[in-house]
Unconditional design. Structure first.
Length: 74
């Protein structure tokens, strides 16, 4: 097994910023749109403001995992 590929911290931050701003993000290395997946129970009716997202690049397989805080609605 090889070591799992990961982004640099600056790249992760760029992905988070792009996703927070645009609702999607491109892989900073491959320039392709990353796939997004919600992690957790998948129930959206529980009233939790916290949502965990996982973005995966289909090409290099690098991923970014982070919590989305949806505290602001306007
Ligand atoms: Zn990539």
């Amino acid at each position: 097994m090889t070591e799992k590929a990961q982004f640099e911290q600056a790249e992760e931050r760029a992905v988070r910023e792009a996703y927070g701003r645009d609702g999607h993000a491109d892989c900073p290395r491959c320039q392709v749109q990353m796939h997004e997946r919600a992690i957790g129970g998948g129930s959206f009716g529980l009233g939790y403001a916290r949502q965990r997202e996982w973005l995966l690049c289909p090409q290099c397989k690098r991923s970014v995992m982070f919590d989305l805080k949806r505290g602001t609605r306007n």
